[in-house]
Ligand binder design. Structure first.
Ligand SMILES: C[S@@+](CC[C@H](N)C(=O)[O-])C[C@H]1O[C@@H](n2cnc3c(N)ncnc32)[C@H](O)[C@@H]1O
Length: 247
């Protein structure tokens, strides 16, 4: 059974403009209301306008530090990387019948974008993050709007991946590979599991402890039994690399 989210899909260009506006407003210490005002002039946002306004309302309750971090989570590079993932993954499976396990899921921007972009989004998207604070904010501002988005604290290097067996058509997604120094977590994912991995070459960030310089390097670090997609995306500040395939 797939989740039904009211309203039509948001076009990618509207998503990019809205999130850019939101990111700018939050980054400069605002509460995101300029993004809400921008929404009122956007006919293409029409059916989803209330939903987006609720999101902006929720962000108003964040501290300045939290707003700054959320601004990064919805910046242009982050959003383009996730729209790319949704487009490519949709070519390889029926996401409406899938459950997503989003590792290092941060605030849950991937599930948020999946709900905006897909006519039939996944029935269940579970974000797992080692930092309980980001999951708590995600649950409050995103999870409260979308019944198919859930959050749990957890360390992806210690997770019991056998629980995937209980998830109908589960897909493991890790768009935070550059943050994970541990080399062994990948071997703990069950062989044959459908997965999506993203990393990047943005070595300037001290938290990026496991960057790669090419998609081939990502393939070497995270070998798959079958690769359905391997590619790179040129972004403003970095290259994003992505693999879709079976562990
Ligand atoms: C900065 S964010 C995400 C960046 C990434 N490009 C993205 O948008 O998906 C990285 C997240 O990974 C989380 N993280 C780091 N190590 C982790 C681990 N061992 N288990 C789960 N989450 C982890 C961090 O807490 C953080 O929320």
């Amino acid at each position: 059974m797939s989740a039904t989210v009211p309203g039509g899909c948001l076009p990618a260009d509207v998503v990019l403009e809205f999130t850019a506006e939101l990111s700018r407003a939050l980054w400069h210490g605002g509460d995101g209301w300029s993004a809400a005002r921008w929404l009122h002039d956007q006919p293409a946002a029409g059916p989803r306008r209330d939903e987006l306004t609720h999101l902006v309302d929720g962000l108003a309750g964040l501290s300045p530090l939290e707003r700054g971090d959320f601004a990064i989570a919805v910046n242009d590079d982050q959003v383009r990387s996730k729209l790319w993932l949704i487009d490519e993954l949709s070519r390889h499976c029926d996401l409406g019948r899938a459950s997503l396990l989003v590792l290092g899921g941060w605030y849950g921007i991937l599930p948020l974008l999946a709900n905006w972009r897909l006519a039939e989004p996944p029935a269940r998207m579970l974000c797992i993050d080692v930092d309980p604070a980001v999951g708590e904010i995600g649950a409050r501002v995103i999870g409260s709007l979308y019944p198919n988005v859930h959050y749990r604290d957890g360390d992806l290097t210690r997770l019991d991946y056998r629980e995937l067996e209980a998830l109908p058509n589960g897909i493991v997604i890790n768009t935070s590979c550059e943050h994970i120094a541990d080399r062994h977590w990948w071997s703990r994912v069950p062989r044959g599991q459908l997965a999506v991995l993203q990393s990047n070459d943005f070595t300037c960030c001290p938290e990026h402890v496991s960057c790669v310089r090419s998609v081939d390097e990502l393939v070497r670090k995270k070998p798959m039994t079958s690769v359905l997609f391997a590619g790179e995306l040129q972004l403003a500040e970095m290259h994003r690399y992505m693999l879709i395939g079976h562990r």
